[in-house]
Every structure is written in C-alpha cells, then in structure tokens.
Design a protein around this ligand. Structure first.
Ligand code: MTE
Ligand code: CO
Length: 390
C-alpha cells in the first residue's frame, strides 16, 4: 500500500486557528508563499541603483496584465515622490494659449481606458553579442503591460491650440533627470495618453505618479514619467536621450535615429531558466508572451527542436493593439532535450527575425531594439539554459 499523504490525513495548522479579520489587510499584498515573485536587478549592469533598471518576473506571470507591483522600473535619477497637490502640467511653446493644469483640472477632461505594453528600447540589449543572462526576467523583463486610464493628449493640445508650425512636442519629467524626448505631432495627436491610473489604481510612484505620458508601441524612454511640461516646437530638440542614447550605431559608423516603434517580439516564459520543468515525461504546458508596436499578434509559432519543426501556438486572452498577447503550446514531453523558440507574426505581416538575421543588418555596436528569436535549451532533468544556435 502507498504511504498516506499527510497533506490529506493530517490537520493542517491553518485549519486550526481563526484567521485574520477583514480589517487586517486594508490594501492587500500577495501570499507570503509568493515572496520569491519580485522585480530583480542585475547588479553589475549599472554603477548605482538610482540610475538603473530592474526586471519584471515574466516567468512567474500569466495572462496579459502585469501587476502594478511587478512592473519593471527604469529610472535615470531615482523615484520622484511627487505631491499631486503641488504638481502642475504646463503646455507651452508654439501654442495659441499656454496652459497650466492642476491634477484637478486634468480630472475634468474625458478619459479613455486602453491596454498597452511599455518596452524599454534596451530590453534584450545584453544579448546582442551572444547568450548572456539566464532567465527571461533578465533577457526580456524590461517590459510591462498595463491598462491605463488617461486623457487623450490630443484633447489637451487642442485646448492650448497648436500653431500650424507646431510639428513636434517635447514632454519633460519632474524628476531630477528632467527626462525629455522629441515626439512628432502626428503621434501626439494620434493615440498618446496622459495617464493617471494603471490597472484601475493610481500610478505607482515608480511608474510616474501622479501622471505619465503613454506613447503606444514606441520605445519606453519616450513614456515620460512624472510629466510636468509639454513644449510644442517646429523641429526635434536633439537632446541626450535621442543622440548619445537611444540611437543604434551600425557597422558602417552611421547611427539609426528616431527608431521609435518596437518591432514584433516574443519569448517563452515557461519552461525557461527560472521556470524549469518540474515533472517527468508526459503532458507539458509551454507558455509565453508576444507583442508588436505596430498592431496585434495574430500568430505565434513555437519549435521544440531548434527550428526543424514549427507548430502554431494557441493565443488565449484579449488581443489588443500594441498590447501583450499570451500564447500556449501543450505537448507530450518525451524526456529528451529540447531547443525551445517562439516566433511572433504581427498584424502587418512582419515576422520576428533570428538574432543572426538582425546582426547581419545592424551589426553589434548597439544595444537597442534587439527583437531576435530567443532559444532555451532544456536538458533531460527539465532544467533550462539561455543558448544560441546558428
Ligand atoms: N521618465 C522620467 N521622467 N525619468 C526617467 O528616468 N525613464 C524612461 C521612461 N520615462 C524615465 C522616464 C525609460 S528609459 C523607460 S524604459 C521607461 O520610462 C520605464 O518606465 P517604467 O519605470 O514604468 O518601467
Ligand atoms: Co528605457
């Protein structure tokens, strides 16, 4: 006879006490058994945590929404703790009527709710020269996907009245880095939001409380946090973040500039180095995420054998424009090693390239806009490792 399972036969401690009452946790937190599910930093990557990045634990998540407390953070001068009653948003420059809004003023404009991914242009940047970091949290975790509540930027710009020669905007942050970027007026008028809620609650301080700019599909650096000012101009400003940073130096010494859109990309989040297969052969669930700055993801292919055979994955959950998509592929693992890859197709017909195809065109000088196909090698024990195959 089998040994009895104490999880069934024994009275567990939590069956023998009265638990916390309803007032014990007025703003709830995850179970203490989930305490390993956290944003993590790669210490050698930056000199100081104040100008640094941590990473979303993609391997622990499911569905398409990133919980607010797990959204990766990228700060150039740390987290600004802004008092909303002392916060103002100014619109100036080439406008008929320069304006200053309080938070109360902003609350009187019509709002919209939209789900978008934010991906740092440097996501996967450490992988340009070869497989380096062991886990999708580190290779792909500079991304989050959130439902924003915000005011269409177009409404605020129309309130100020953009002059006919107003062709660019320059949003500026209220943090000590006073982050600025140039954005063409067409994008500003199209789908940008001035957002104050994420997943229903106020923006977290890490994400730009009380207001941030949402620039759908475009590189995360342009999504100015702690937004305090928007200047309208007739040409780009050529500031630091669009000259020495966030440009892509090619092999021939010429840099690609204004590479705003994030190309279609995907990654298998489980199995992956931080999410090994914990069972023996038999039914196995493979899952991952895919996204594109140009539209939706109608299709994701996966391979278990390094690209010899491709299978169409199953997409489950809402398919929103410029939002993360969740895919699954269920298969019977025979216990032999696997070379896992996923390949996203976006609604424009674009197909995610291999890392080598990207290197052929872009060289290896730049760290930005690496959307190449990721490979995980899974061994007989179910443990996974970051590798590249040629
Ligand atoms: N805005 C301000 N004001 N200060 C910053 O340091 N970092 C930018 C952008 N907006 C930054 C900012 C960068 S590089 C990225 S990738 C995103 O914010 C990160 O957004 P997150 O911290 O919500 O993940
Ligand atoms: Co960034």
């Amino acid at each position: 006879a089998q040994a009895p399972d104490p999880a069934i036969t024994e009275l567990q401690p939590w069956m023998q006490y009265l638990g916390d009452g309803v007032d014990a946790r007025p703003y709830g937190s995850p179970s203490r058994f989930e305490s390993h599910v956290i944003r993590r930093n790669v210490e050698w990557l930056t000199a100081d945590p104040v100008s640094s990045v941590n990473f979303t634990p993609l391997h622990e998540l499911d569905g398409i929404i990133t919980p607010n407390g797990l959204c990766f953070e990228r700060h150039h001068a740390g987290i600004a703790e802004v008092d909303p009653s002392a916060h103002r948003l100014m619109i100036n420059g080439l406008v008929d009527k320069p304006l200053v809004f309080t938070m109360q003023d902003l609350m009187r404009f019509p709002r919209e709710n939209r789900v978008y991914f934010l991906e740092c242009a440097a996501n996967s940047g450490m992988e340009w020269a070869g497989a380096q970091l062991n886990g999708c949290q580190y290779t792909h975790g500079m991304i989050h996907n959130v439902q924003y509540t915000g005011i269409p930027l177009r409404l605020l710009l129309e309130e100020a009245g953009v002059k006919t020669n107003g062709k660019w905007i320059m949003p500026e942050g209220a943090d000590a880095s006073a982050m600025t970027r140039s954005i063409p007026i067409e994008k500003a008028m199209d789908d940008c939001l001035v957002a104050f809620k994420m997943n229903g609650e106020a923006l977290r301080p890490e994400q730009g409380y009380p207001v941030r700019l949402v620039v759908p599909g475009w590189e995360g650096n342009m999504w100015i946090k702690w937004l305090r000012r928007i200047e309208v101009g007739d040409q780009p400003w050529h500031h630091r973040e669009e000259t020495s940073k966030y440009t892509d130096l090619l092999d021939n010494g010429i840099a690609r500039r204004f590479t705003w859109e994030m190309d279609a990309k995907s990654v298998i989040t489980s199995p992956s180095p931080q999410a090994p297969i914990l069972h023996s052969r038999g039914p196995t669930v493979l899952t991952g995420v895919a996204w594109s700055g140009r539209g939706t993801i109608p299709r994701v292919d996966v391979t278990l054998d390094g690209g010899k055979n491709w299978h169409e994955a199953r997409i489950s959950g809402p398919s929103f424009d410029k939002s993360m998509h969740r895919f699954y592929f269920e298969f019977d693992w025979d216990g032999t090693p696997l070379l896992l890859q996923s390949r996203a197709h976006d609604s424009t017909g674009y197909v995610q390239p291999t890392k080598n195809a990207l290197r052929d065109v872009r060289g290896e000088n730049s760290i930005y806009h690496n959307n190449g196909i990721q490979t995980w090698l899974v061994d007989e024990r179910g443990e996974a490792e970051n590798v590249e195959i040629s």
